[in-house]
Design a protein around this ligand. Structure first.
Ligand code: NAD
Ligand code: DAU
Length: 355
């Protein structure tokens, strides 16, 4: 038995691969294109481990995929691979259409062709698990009920539109061709190996470097935050027991305005690594131009996965963020390696005119 994970060198994918192999001896084929967000250093602890087979490649490669599927005969494909950063999607939506929509389409077609040729019992046991986001549901006003799985898809950014499109393709491949799919829609993750272009790692890394902490607009936008290892355990649970064709919302029951997140990080750093001048890190906070089309609030109703599959998060925001800040303090080499090449160029493009 083996599973094929796509995007397993990214933030969530690498946490998933590490957690999977910490709990199981079932091998993982890890297919990742290694875009700017793919970082094999995340998987350094698996070097020499025969249970982890890394393949550099694109989910949309219709020559490679049939070969991989025929060779490894996975019992499941778990699709993390995507362009994932909203701000990048605003600057350059093309890569999002290509990787998230066309890529998922080609992956589905490769998987469908291989799956259709399997014996019936293997067809029934196979799962295609598509990892998606709460952003496909659009934005909520304060006081509106949290997103349930039946909330309409109302994506507002090129990123969320591309993810919503991929969710629709996955759904259609089940209804039309019978491919046994599962879809998960999760809220904002945070934790180890998070690329420092996203809010939480950017704030930690900039604070320590004495740089500005750029808060978009008024900082009152609300997100629901989930520790990445809780997301990984939810995906394992959905893979194990989810009902074919269903979607499951995954969240942390933890809505917070961005400005509170920044303040909490600053307070933790004030204790764990005080500034040399004795001043609070929050002094580095600065308000910058807002993200165009910025969604005001996301909130996930994760009661279906709890009720039907018995999953709930193990971490609270307080425990998860303390672990995360401690991880970044202990892994400054990782940060330094990430902060080279494409990432430096990106910081200039995104913040050069704003900060
Ligand atoms: P990430 O950007 O850190 O990693 C994405 C990975 O996918 C990278 O390793 C990249 O090299 C790889 N990749 C991109 N295009 C590829 C392609 N065409 N073929 C093969 N590999 C490709 O992203 P992440 O934050 O780890 O997110 C993983 C998945 O989870 C995405 O599908 C994202 O939409 C979804 N998601 C993310 C969050 C979050 O808070 N980060 C929340 C909910 C859902
Ligand atoms: O909701 C799930 C989504 O969460 C995932 O699908 C995406 O892949 C993931 O990137 C994340 O999207 P967000 O846009 O919510 O995450 P980001 O970390 O980019 O921003 C979080 C909030 O913080 C958002 O309201 C924008 C704000 N922000 C972000 C950055 C990078 C700032 O105020 N300043 C910043 O510098």
């Amino acid at each position: 038995m083996t599973i094929l994970v796509t995007g397993g060198a990214g933030f969530i994918g690498s946490n998933f691969v590490l957690d999977w192999l910490a709990q199981s001896d079932e091998p993982v084929i890890n297919l990742d294109k290694l875009t700017y967000a793919g970082n094999l250093e995340n998987l350094a602890s698996l070097q020499g481990d025969a249970r982890h087979i890394f393949v550099q490649g694109d989910i949309g490669d219709t020559t490679l995929l049939p070969e991989l599927l025929a060779k490894h005969q996975p019992r499941a494909v778990i699709n993390f691979a995507a362009e994932s950063h909203v701000d990048r999607s605003i600057h350059g939506p093309g890569a999002f259409v290509q990787n998230n929509i066309v890529g998922t389409f080609n992956l589905l077609e490769s998987v469908r062709a291989w799956w259709a040729a399997q014996p019936q019992d293997r067809q029934g046991d196979f799962r295609f698990l598509h990892v998606s986001t709460d952003e496909i549901y659009g934005s909520l006003a304060k006081g509106e009920p949290a997103f349930t799985e039946s909330h309409p898809h109302e994506p507002n950014s090129p990123y969320s539109a591309s993810k919503a499109a991929s969710d629709h393709l996955v759904r259609a491949w089940h209804h039309t061709y019978g491919l046994p799919v599962l879809t998960t829609n999760c809220s904002n993750n945070y934790g180890p190996y998070h690329f420092p272009e996203k809010l939480i790692p950017l704030m930690i890394v900039n604070a320590l470097a004495g740089k500005p902490l750029p808060v978009y607009g008024d900082g009152q936008q609300i997100r629901d935050w989930l520790y990445v290892k809780d997301h990984c355990s939810a995906i394992r649970r959905v893979l194990q027991a989810g009902k074919v064709g269903e979607t499951y919302n995954i969240g942390g029951w933890n809505e917070k305005p961005n400005i509170d997140i920044v303040r909490i990080i600053c307070q933790l750093l004030d204790t764990l690594q005080p500034r040399a001048d004795g001043k609070p890190y929050v002094d580095q906070m600065t308000f910058v131009a807002d993200r165009p089309g910025h969604d005001r609030r996301y909130a996930i109703d994760a009661s279906k996965i709890e009720r039907e599959l018995g999953w709930k998060p193990a971490e609270t925001f307080e425990t998860g963020i303390a672990k995360t800040v401690a991880w970044y303090l202990a892994n400054q080499d990782w940060v330094a390696h990430v902060q080279s090449g494409a990432y430096r160029d990106w910081l200039q493009t995104q913040y050069g005119a704003k900060a």
